[in-house]
Design a protein around this ligand. Structure first.
Ligand SMILES: [Zn+2]
Ligand SMILES: [Zn+2]
Length: 297
């Protein structure tokens, strides 16, 4: 009965979004995107698209999404949004991070990306334009992938912090107490595999077109680079996502080592009370700001 109810709710939500969509003006980028997609299908094999296409999407999105946070360090106006003001970025740290990233991307992630083609063949995942899901379906699928990844991340990340194993794997990711965007995937190769598994579960559950792989890669990178950026910038559209954790939440994890283990949402830390130190810290910060304001007046 409960299952039937949720299917009915999902169907109604789908129909409602479809109805609203019929009133929206046509997306001007739809036709160029369709042309580009069909050009790609006509000129490259499925293996090339799944392997090299996925590699390009990952590398281009990763480094492009890192650009704003990287540029902020040179803009004095942006410094008021830096979360850990007393720990500015250094060239030495950023260069070290960049070198490790390249190693991880090409020696750990690329071999995994090579499996994409076989995954899509095994599950008969289509590549054709005509079978591509609509934008709102894609968005809902990405949200579903994020919910699954977040749960995986919370429990496995918490386990990686166990005092018996912390120093062997997760210590690498915590090398930088004040994070910066590029550091999002700076981790021990084993961590890339362990926490990265959470990324694939959602795909196995929801994937009905190869575009979901790329859309989900971009969404996940947007989230992880944002929470590692070290800056809490106003009007960040990611904060429109319900229960979104954000940069202050994960920045605190790097500063404090204890608590705030989830990647995207706040609910697991709330349920298990692992955000208590973060809440206490925020309260203390608020009080200090009030005292400062009073003094200034
Ligand atoms: Zn950690
Ligand atoms: Zn982190």
């Amino acid at each position: 009965m409960a299952m039937n109810d949720s299917v009915n709710i999902l169907n109604s939500a789908y129909l409602a979004v479809e109805y609203v969509d019929s009133f929206l003006p046509d997306n001007p980028l739809q036709q160029p995107f369709k042309n580009a997609w069909n050009y790609m299908l006509d000129n490259y094999t499925k293996f090339q698209i799944a392997t090299w296409g996925s590699l390009i999407v990952h590398e281009a999105s990763y480094f492009l999404l890192c650009v704003p946070g990287f540029v902020f360090q040179f803009i004095p106006y942006m410094q008021k949004y830096k979360i850990q003001q007393d720990k500015p970025e250094t060239w030495e740290k950023q260069w070290k991070c960049f070198k490790t990233l390249l190693f991880n991307h090409f020696f750990i992630q690329l071999p995994l990306i090579c499996g994409t083609y076989y995954f899509t063949e095994y599950f008969n995942i289509p590549y054709e334009w005509e079978e591509m899901p609509r934008w709102y379906v894609l968005l809902a699928q990405c949200f579903g992938c994020a919910v699954i990844e977040d749960a995986w991340h919370y429990f496995l990340h918490r386990l990686l912090h166990h005092k018996r194993i912390y120093k062997y794997i997760h210590k690498v990711h915590h090398e930088f107490v004040s994070p910066f965007g590029m550091q999002a995937e700076y981790a021990h190769p084993l961590e890339t595999l362990i926490l990265g598994t959470g990324f694939f579960i959602g795909i196995v559950v929801f994937c009905n077109h190869v575009i979901l792989l790329w859309a989900w890669v971009i969404c996940r990178l947007m989230e992880t680079i944002d929470v590692h950026s070290g800056y809490d910038v106003p009007l960040n559209p990611l904060h429109l996502v319900p229960f979104y954790a954000g940069a202050r939440f994960h920045d605190f994890h790097h500063m404090n080592f204890i608590g705030n283990y989830a990647s995207t949402f706040t609910w697991w830390d709330r349920i298990f009370g692992t955000d208590s130190q973060f809440i206490a810290y925020k309260e203390k910060e608020k009080k200090q700001q009030l005292i400062m304001k009073k003094k200034a007046n």
